[in-house]
Design a protein around this ligand. Structure first.
Ligand SMILES: NC(=O)c1ccc[n+]([C@@H]2O[C@H](COP(=O)([O-])OP(=O)(O)OC[C@H]3O[C@@H](n4cnc5c(N)ncnc54)[C@H](OP(=O)(O)O)[C@@H]3O)[C@@H](O)[C@H]2O)c1
Length: 282
């Protein structure tokens, strides 16, 4: 490495479990780009210093993960419209003049993965999607769907969380009636009408792999598509329930790769070697 090397990394607390260094460093190697992606464990009370440090230390940018996706915002110079709408930053770009720009590649990464999986987006726009959970990833997914013209119902066990999500995203959408907030007991009533079901809760994640956000006695239809943002394990209980009924089901690994590829492209200005990034996370 020398002073021209592209420095990037992941800010979070903790960050040790992340697949991102393997994915991004594989991309740098495959593309012949002199760059590195390092783990940046940042304690919550050090977020401001860490963001300013990116500029001071000559970083090209960084990804941001739990719990800093909102906390970094006051320390940035500009936000892209998607980061502003979603209210969270997962990627920081340090521009040549030192300006720090925050964006969010989760929404586009999710939508792109849906497309790559052959999801019938025009048909989805004619029906509705069901989003389980109303936390950080649900905000990105709801924004992705609604800004793509796909109506979505956001279901949360705390209804006020879903209501807050809808209220804060709607002013950023060109169509204002695409998102609605629903309460968890409505799941059984809403399930049949949904073509796409997206799990944005951590339910089913390792080590609680026997859990599913979907009740066993609630049927799936074969024309439904289930997208589980959880990717550890690769095959979640929710996916197995859907597949047993003949429905298609996918985990969130593709979203992870696509959001990472978009960040890599923003930092390097080159097309990301997506196939290599896939191999690295597998
Ligand atoms: N594939 C990807 O690229 C990708 C990207 C981002 C996140 N993820 C995964 O997506 C999951 C959610 O992440 P996040 O950042 O959105 O988390 P988050 O901000 O903590 O939100 C989680 C949501 O799930 C709800 N929830 C939690 N346990 C529940 C339960 N037992 N029943 C019903 N609702 C429940 C939470 O409600 P309460 O607030 O009431 O607890 C909240 O609405 C995680 O597994 C994460 O690893 C994947």
């Amino acid at each position: 490495m020398d002073e021209k090397s592209i420095l990037t990394g992941l800010m979070g607390w903790p960050v040790g479990h992340s697949k991102s260094p393997a994915m991004h460093n594989a991309a740098f190697r495959a593309a012949g780009v002199d760059g590195r992606y390092v783990l940046l464990p940042v304690q919550p009370h050090r977020v401001g210093e860490a963001v300013a440090g990116l500029r001071a230390l000559g970083f090209r940018g960084a990804n941001v993960t739990v719990p800093h996706k909102q906390a970094v915002i006051p320390f940035l110079d500009a936000l892209t419209p998607e980061a502003r709408a979603i209210g969270a930053v997962n990627t920081i770009i340090v521009q040549a003049d030192g300006t720090l720009v925050g964006t969010n590649t989760d929404a586009a990464g999710f939508l792109q993965d849906l497309q790559e999986l052959g999801a019938p987006l025009p048909e989805l726009a004619e029906s509705s999607a069901l989003i389980l959970g109303a936390g950080g990833s649900a905000r990105a997914v709801a924004y992705a769907l609604a800004s793509g013209g796909i109506p979505a119902r956001v279901l949360a066990r705390r209804p006020e969380q879903a209501q807050a999500l809808v209220a804060s995203l709607t002013p950023h959408l060109s169509e204002t009636d695409l998102l609605s907030a629903r309460a968890w007991p409505e799941l059984a009533d809403l399930a049949a009408a949904a073509r796409l079901i997206v799990n944005c809760t951590p339910v089913g994640m390792t080590p609680h792999t026997d859990a599913s956000p979907w009740p066993d006695d609630l049927p799936f239809r074969p024309d439904q598509l289930v997208y589980d943002l959880v990717y550890n394990p690769r095959q979640t209980r929710l996916m197995r329930q859907a597949q047993a009924a003949g429905a298609r089901a996918h985990n969130g690994l593709g979203m992870l790769v696509r959001q990472g590829a978009r960040a890599w492209e923003l930092w390097t200005g080159r097309p990301a070697p997506v196939a290599v990034m896939w191999e690295a996370v597998k």
